[in-house]
Design a protein around this ligand. Structure first.
Ligand SMILES: NC(=O)c1ccc[n+]([C@@H]2O[C@H](COP(=O)([O-])OP(=O)(O)OC[C@H]3O[C@@H](n4cnc5c(N)ncnc54)[C@H](O)[C@@H]3O)[C@@H](O)[C@H]2O)c1
Length: 351
């Protein structure tokens, strides 16, 4: 029986709470420490996590020689410094998305990971939904044939998260692209088998956030007037294998009331959509259209918990990182390309 891996959490906000059940349910881990508390949060965590020790500063938690895994749930702009420090201290690291807001920072993390010999995983929890697993298994069996086009979008009509973690460039690194774009882009690329992108033409702009009276239903209130990141972005990506992908993301858009989140893949033999996990084919002999609904079960623990458990399992089994930073680098290279394309007003090369 392998020794229990001791886990320390950095950034005790909303998403950290979603990771806790995973560390508690894994047979391989024990959640023992957390750091950087707002006084209001301290009480919630002390009540919920009896036995956890708390550090005021992340550096002190990282220096704790008892810990084997550091789980980083701080705002985006602190990820790089904390991931690199944790790897250098000899810990395995799981870090919330976006792994970092720029490709250069992810490259630094990859170098630190290589020096440390430890595992680094991005917390892309959507891969752990039942529908995602079911669809990925079908695609990997070749159900779609060669995939030549994908569409990925996450469109919200009035759902801009008004907290500093998300809406200021110096904290978040970007807006809708970085917050929700990374999820659907990772999903599309993962389902496609992570082809190598070569160019992107994109736009990233503040569409409605600076409109007088702009409001958000996210935490019901006015949009802070000094938002300095994009609330809308779109891009067309071309890949080395000839495939293409269209991405659209928004926090504020004159769109349908309900949040609209989808990925579609189109291949030579079939198409599919996520998250409904439906497949679409043509029976050429019978000249008929055929639709298939995949069936899956959802684990009651939920995808955030499952990703943490899988990370621990990968460490114990000596498997590679379930979501390697090299894949998050591809995501960030594309998003960075969209930003550059907006500034330059033309298609840009990604390699
Ligand atoms: N996977 C998902 O579905 C999902 C959802 C929401 C957020 N996230 C990601 O999780 C991260 C945190 O988001 P959140 O919604 O929990 O934000 P949040 O604002 O609720 O929490 C962030 C926490 O980090 C603390 N903090 C601030 N500066 C810090 C520092 N230098 N070091 C350590 N902690 C610090 C804050 O006090 C706060 O408690 C972000 O990277 C975000 O993109 C992921």
């Amino acid at each position: 029986m392998a020794k229990t891996l001791k886990v320390g959490l950095i950034g005790l906000g909303d998403i950290a709470l979603a990771h806790v059940p995973g560390w508690q349910a894994s047979p391989h881990t024990e959640l023992v420490a957390g750091s950087y508390l707002r006084p209001a949060r301290r009480e919630i965590w002390q009540q919920a996590q009896t036995g956890m020790k708390f550090y005021d500063h992340p550096a002190d938690l990282i220096a704790d020689s008892d810990l084997d895994i550091i789980d980083i749930c701080s705002p985006n702009m602190f990820h790089t410094e904390q991931v690199v420090a944790a790897l250098e201290a000899g810990k395995h690291v799981i870090c919330e998305k976006p792994l970092a807001p720029t490709p250069a920072e992810i490259r630094k993390m990859i170098a630190a990971r290589d020096r440390s010999g430890k595992l680094l995983m991005t917390a892309q929890h959507m891969r752990y939904r039942g529908a995602s697993r079911a669809l990925k298994a079908e695609i990997d069996k070749g159900a779609l044939g060669e995939v030549y086009h994908a569409r990925a979008w996450w469109l919200r009509r009035s759902d801009l998260p008004p907290r500093p973690t998300f809406i200021y460039k110096d904290r978040a690194g970007g807006g809708a692209c970085i917050d929700i774009g990374v999820h659907v882009l990772d999903m599309a690329l993962w389902l496609m088998g992570y082809p190598q992108p070569v160019t992107v033409s994109g736009t990233a702009r503040i569409g409605l956030a600076h409109h007088a009276g702009a409001f958000t239903t996210y935490e019901a209130g006015l949009v802070p007037p000094d938002v300095d990141v994009e609330d809308f972005a779109a891009g067309l990506v071309r890949f080395e294998n000839g495939a293409t992908l269209v991405l659209e993301v928004s926090w504020l858009l004159h769109h349908q009331p309900r949040e609209d989140v989808k990925v579609w893949l189109y291949g030579a033999e079939g198409g599919c959509q996520w998250p409904s996990a439906q497949l679409h084919f043509s029976d050429y002999e019978a000249q008929q259209l055929v639709d298939t609904q995949l069936v899956w079960t959802e684990d009651p623990l939920g995808p955030h918990a499952l990703e943490c458990m899988d990370f621990a399992q990968a460490i114990v089994e000596g498997r590679p990182s379930p979501v390697p930073p090299e894949q998050s680098l591809v995501v960030q290279v594309i998003l960075d390309g969209i930003y550059r394309s907006q500034v330059q007003g033309r298609e840009v090369r990604l390699s």
